[in-house]
Design a protein around this ligand. Structure first.
Ligand code: TRP
Length: 361
């Protein structure tokens, strides 16, 4: 079976370390392994507008920020297709037809949408476009016949909904669309990296984010103020790992090589954890290590960003080329969808012939 990979991000802000361990790092690995037939990364501006309709400037500005973050992490538009969702109008077309295959109550049951409606205080007045975005996401995925979608846990209901649409479409109109499989990060810590304050949600307004483009000083300040174990007061106290943000970040970022380089007294994270739980290991030492790990991870990312920042027109050009390429693919799928739905009036010779016959007699 061919391997077609698609992922996307909403351009509502710069990308942070949660995006990195949750998806970006893996995408670059897959990209560089070459183990796929085609791979797409989409900047989901149209989806971002579903709950930012009155603030298009925010989305517009963040497209380039997200693209710069991609490039600085090693996403290479020569190897894969990076594109902007709104520049592929076929996605709207597909979504429009898929809407007929989904009920309102099914959308209401989508746990991610339910959650987001609550978070945005939309209960009394949900924009239709927002309510509908799982269907639009099904269009994103199926337009490229993507069968592998690396995402975070919160996106599982979207893939499920996509596959229901695929099955429904195929059963009504004939085998046309392809089902997708979600791929989650392997490590639990990478599924949803908490904010530096230990809160589940990383957000700009909470000030608990480490952005990929943050300066070394900003990163260090966030690490040093990170939430640990509030009962671990004296160094000799035994420490708890559960809910200890510093260790969650180490789970997500630290490798044995990092230990060799920055903390050779320990062979690996298990040894460090054992010492911490036993007592006798201070938070400061662990934080200093985490800071070293993060700085060495983010340093090359920051440096690459600086290079791309110097030629913004070239970055827009990459997005333009990717969008043109993406549209070519989506247009083919849209054509086969129209044919399956029998709304391909002008390319269906049988139709014209049949109606000619009808009026001849
Ligand atoms: N909903 C995804 C998010 O919020 C973004 C997205 C849009 C996406 N379309 C997609 C992800 C298609 C994977 C596949 O992060």
């Amino acid at each position: 079976m061919s391997k077609i990979i698609l992922t996307g991000d909403r351009p509502t802000g710069r990308l942070h370390v949660g995006h990195y361990v949750g998806s970006l790092r893996r995408r670059v690995e897959i990209q560089n392994s070459g183990d796929f037939d085609s791979m797409y990364v989409m900047i989901a501006d149209a989806q971002a507008l579903t709950d930012n309709a009155e603030n298009p400037e925010k989305i517009r500005t963040n497209i380039i920020e997200v693209m710069l973050d991609y490039l600085s992490c090693g996403i290479d538009p020569e190897k894969i297709t990076v594109f902007i969702q709104s520049q592929v109008p076929e996605l709207c077309e597909l979504a429009f037809y898929y809407m007929n295959l989904v009920t309102v109550s099914r959308l209401q049951r989508n746990p991610t949408v339910k959650n987001e409606i609550q978070m945005r205080n939309f209960e009394a007045s949900i924009p239709v476009g927002f309510f509908n975005y799982p269907i639009s996401q099904a269009a994103d995925i199926t337009a490229f016949k993507a069968n592998i979608v690396p995402v975070g846990e919160d996106q599982l209901p979207m893939i499920e909904q996509t596959n229901e649409i695929v099955r429904k479409f195929n059963s009504v109109y004939g085998e046309t669309l392809v089902e997708a499989k979600a791929v989650l990060p392997e490590k639990k810590a990478c599924l949803r990296l908490p904010g530096t304050d230990g809160k589940a949600k990383m957000s700009k307004s909470l000030g608990n984010c480490i952005y990929l483009a943050d300066t070394p000083e900003e990163v260090k300040a966030r690490v040093m103020s990170m939430f640990t174990d509030p009962d671990h007061i004296k160094i000799t106290d035994p420490g708890k790992l559960e809910g200890n943000t510093v260790f969650t970040y180490l789970d997500a970022f630290a490798t044995d090589e990092h230990f060799k380089e920055f903390l050779p007294e320990y062979a690996n994270l298990d040894e460090l954890k054992a010492h911490y739980t036993r007592g006798g290991l201070g938070d400061m030492k662990v934080k200093k290590f985490l800071n070293a790990v993060l700085q060495s991870t983010l340093e090359p990312i920051r440096a690459r960003r600086k290079t791309y920042e110097k030629d913004i027109p070239a970055v827009y050009e990459m997005l333009k080329r990717g969008s043109v390429k993406a549209e070519e693919v989506a247009a083919k799928t849209a054509e086969s969808v129209r044919a399956a739905m029998r709304i391909n009036y002008f390319t269906d010779e049988e139709l014209i012939k049949a109606h000619t016959e009808k009026y001849r007699s």
